[in-house]
Design a protein. Sequence first.
Length: 329
Amino acid sequence: MHRLAGSTARDLRLHLVPLSGGAEAQRVLRVTARYRNSQARLCSRAAVVKVLRGRPAREAEIYRTFVARSVPGLAPRFLSAPRLVDGRVLLFVEAVRRREAWPWRRPSALTVSARALGRFHATAASGAVVPSGWNYEDELHGSARATVEALGRCRNDPDLADLVRQSRPAARLVDALPRLRGQILGENAGPLGRRIIHGDVHSGNAMIVQRGGLDRLLLLDWGRARLGSPLEDVSSWLQTLRPWEPRAMAMHDTLLTGYLEEAGISSGLTSNLRSAYWIAGASNALAGALRWHLDDARSRPIGSPARNAAVAGARNWVRVLRRAHAWTM
């Protein structure tokens, strides 16, 4: 903890507050260090610490080797990542104060986020690397089949039963995944190609903060960063926004165009790009986004606001699967 307070700190006291989020972490805490400095003045500094084990511990190495060097300003500042004797890793990053709670309700914030993603993908192509050791494509195929099974279990749910008829189109997409993934990741994948992506862009992993008097996007939870299609990030973001941000639906093509401009793509919203966008969106739905909403809905009391929100999220991801099926099958 002297990384927070400094090596000369005295009378060090720690205050720990559990935080939500960081689904792959064993625990997430806000740690505040209160101490006296070398002039005996009372001081305090705060950090967020994630307790990681196994594959999720990869996030600490991603912060150390990629985030801290290649995307400064797009993520909380990396502080340290000590490894414990039992194999766990403690990832310390700066504690950041968000400008406003989600949902944002400001078109300017939506524009800032889409364009920031574009700048990230434009620069992430320039020689940076992320740790290997994770076969995402194998995980995606297993998760996709589990998602189809989850759709089939909706038949007795009063709010979700009508989604069962989407099981067969979803299963056809799963069978076609090798071909579809090749279209967005292969050698002829077009101007966006294969680059380093965040891999888990959604409202829970995004914050708008003020830096230098301007709105800035910060992305949290980098544990799923990998080589992939940048369209996986931007489709995840825009489709996550859709049920909760009323303006996001009307602004969809404007936000996507702004993203492409920042990413250096001048071709615009061609039919090939739209097809790739919906393939990327279907990949996100099958990777776990849809199943997460279905499971969340089933865990909530019927008629509760939380259940209604989860049902809305599930319906939106089913809509993404329908669009992908229409464009590609």
